[in-house]
Structure formats: C-alpha cells, structure tokens
Write a protein that binds this ligand. Structure first.
Ligand code: CUA
Length: 337
C-alpha cells in the first residue's frame, strides 16, 4: 500500500508538470473562426487526457525502475502472478468508455462545424498546379485572394483542375481536399471567420514541383469593406486589352509559371517571345504569333518548347477562359517586348 501512495505522488507530480508545460506552450495558431472554437475545445480535452495517460504510464514506469530494480547479487526469479480479472475488466471498460465518449463529442463537434447558416457567402475555390482561384458567383468576381466578410458564414465549393490539392487555413482550423473530376467531386467547406485580419491558405496535399509555394492571401474584412472590394473588382476592367490580359494572367494563374520580365520560371518567359522563333521538342521551329499562342493556351500539350518537356501545362487551366480573355492575354504577350 505504501508503494501505491508513493507511485501516486510521482504520477500527480508528473501530471502537474505536464499541465504546467501545456499552459506555457502555444501549440495552436491564433483562432479566427467560429468552427475553430469547437475544434480547439476537443483539442484541449484530448491534450489533457494525453497528459494524464503520459503521467500514469511514465510515472509507474519510473517508480518501478527506481524502487523495484534488481539488488546486487540477487539472481532469484520474481513472484509469479497469474491474471487479475477485476483489473482486466477495468482496463478494458475504462478506455472503451473514454473512446466512446470522445467519439460522441467528435460527432457533436462535426455537427457543429458543418451546420449551415442562413444566407452564406458562396465562393468557388479552384486549385491548380500551383495556385488558388476564388470565384464569387453571386458577384461575378474572380480573384487570386480570398476576401471574406467577418461574422458571415462562407460556403466554399472546392475543386481542382488537375491533381488533388487541399485547402487549409490553420487559423480557421479547417482542412478539406480539392478534388479533380468535375461536379461530382466538388467538396463543400463552411467557415465563419470571426477575427479581422490577414491569413494564408496553403495547399496541404503534396501536388508536385511547387506544392510548397501554393499559397494565397486570405483577408477577413468588415462587411462594408467587402462590398467596397467587390465594387472595385467589378470596376477594374480596363479599355486596354494588354492591361486586361495582365488581370486574366494573374487570375488564371498563368503568371505563376510564366514571368513577364524574362526571369526563368516553370514555363517559358513571355518577355520578348512575340515575333521570335521557338525550337520545339520535335526539332522544328515555329514563329511565335497569334495562332501559335492561341493553340498553346487552348491545347498546351500539342507543341512543346524544347527544354520544358518535364512540366507540361495542364490543358484544363484555360478551360474557364473566354475567347475574349484568351485574346487579351495574347495582346499582353505581344506588348511584352
Ligand atoms: Cu496543391 Cu500541394
């Protein structure tokens, strides 16, 4: 009995130390959504249970190692212990009860974070190697940054134009895959941002060469600033096709692989390309003019420039572009002397 009392002291000491350490470490980023509260309360509960289990196991182990270690010269066997039904029933029932309780809390939490609010803001989130595009169908806006009004639920419809990506804003605590394959594979994610600020969406699914760079800004703004931002986006169309082309090149993520200034990127730079001759993988040379560029945008795999064989532009990337938008992008390329 004396041993139990001392072992209990070691366990309590370790648990106190564990809870103190847990209080000192900021193991989660700031909380910026309604859903994050539910998830964090589960996280805290589970960390608490982990600390108690750690203290119980490591405490008993340390105590046994120190107190019951073999004395010098003692070569006799330890006592033979044959089963203990009460103990076995206890250590089966107790973890089962804990796991069932956690499963119950988990399903209640899942219900909480997926609950639909009235009038959510719908945003189509489209992942492509290696950028994000955000479409606001109710406003006719396409953007490379996700701007959300504070305290209003956003209903994100996630999809991909090529491989599997994963939408993750750590401050929102939510993560959901963006799958290719069309309407059947669109996945929804509801998030109610409740802290003004600037965050970042990252891709959380290894998706190729520039996976680590697949980040976009996320801005949570007051409702009136959101309305103002929508107005600016709608008014931003220029009369100059090259200026519009620049806007499309950013929105459709052309610019993440093709530079405008001659810098090397995943794809050929656009600077000075118009009017030049490109050497293709089959050894032929083609003049870079309208029809070559049009074909390269609509059917990127047809003619590949020598040296760029390894990374082929996904044919679907420009699928959402209108004829006018393609023409504007070609006008932009022509203007980059
Ligand atoms: Cu997209 Cu990783």
């Amino acid at each position: 009995m004396k041993h139990f009392a001392f072992a209990a002291l070691v366990i309590l000491g370790l648990a106190a130390l564990g809870f103190f350490a847990l209080g000192q470490v900021q193991y989660l980023p700031p909380q910026a959504s309604l859903q994050a509260q539910t998830i964090d309360s589960l996280f805290r509960l589970e960390f608490g249970i982990i600390v108690i289990l750690f203290a119980l196991i490591v405490g008993l182990m340390l105590y046994s190692i120190l107190v019951f270690r073999r004395k010098k010269g003692d070569t006799s066997d330890g006592p033979h212990i044959e089963g203990n039904t009460r103990l076995e029933v206890f250590w089966t029932i107790a973890p089962l009860a804990i796991v069932l309780y956690l499963a119950y809390l988990g399903s209640v939490g899942l219900g909480d974070i997926t609950r639909a609010a009235a009038r959510p803001l719908e945003v189509n989130v489209i992942g492509s190697q290696w950028s994000w595009r955000f479409e606001y169908p109710d406003y006719g806006v396409i953007s490379t940054e996700l701007v959300l009004p504070v305290d209003r639920q956003a209903l994100l419809h996630l999809s991909s134009t090529d491989v599997i990506h994963s939408f993750w804003v750590p401050e929102f605590r939510l993560k959901q895959d963006a799958l290719p394959g069309g309407d059947k594979f669109v996945r929804d994610l509801r998030v109610t941002p409740n802290q003004l600020g600037e965050y970042k969406v990252r891709c959380a699914e290894l998706c190729g060469l520039n996976h680590a760079l697949m980040e976009s800004p996320v801005k949570v703004v007051p409702a009136d600033m959101f309305e103002a931002w929508i107005k600016i986006q709608n008014a931003a169309l220029s009369d100059d096709p090259a200026v519009r082309g620049q806007q499309w090149a950013t929105q459709f993520a052309c610019a993440s692989c093709h530079s405008f200034d001659g810098a090397p990127k995943v794809g050929p730079t656009w600077k000075g390309i118009f009017g030049s001759q490109e050497l293709l993988t089959d050894g032929t040379r083609v003049p870079v003019e309208y029809s070559y560029l049009y074909k390269s945008i609509r059917d990127p795999g047809a003619q590949i420039v020598k040296g760029y064989e390894n990374v082929v532009m996904p044919p679907t990337i420009a699928a959402g572009m209108s004829e006018e938008q393609v023409n504007d992008v070609i006008a932009l390329i022509e203007s980059l002397k």
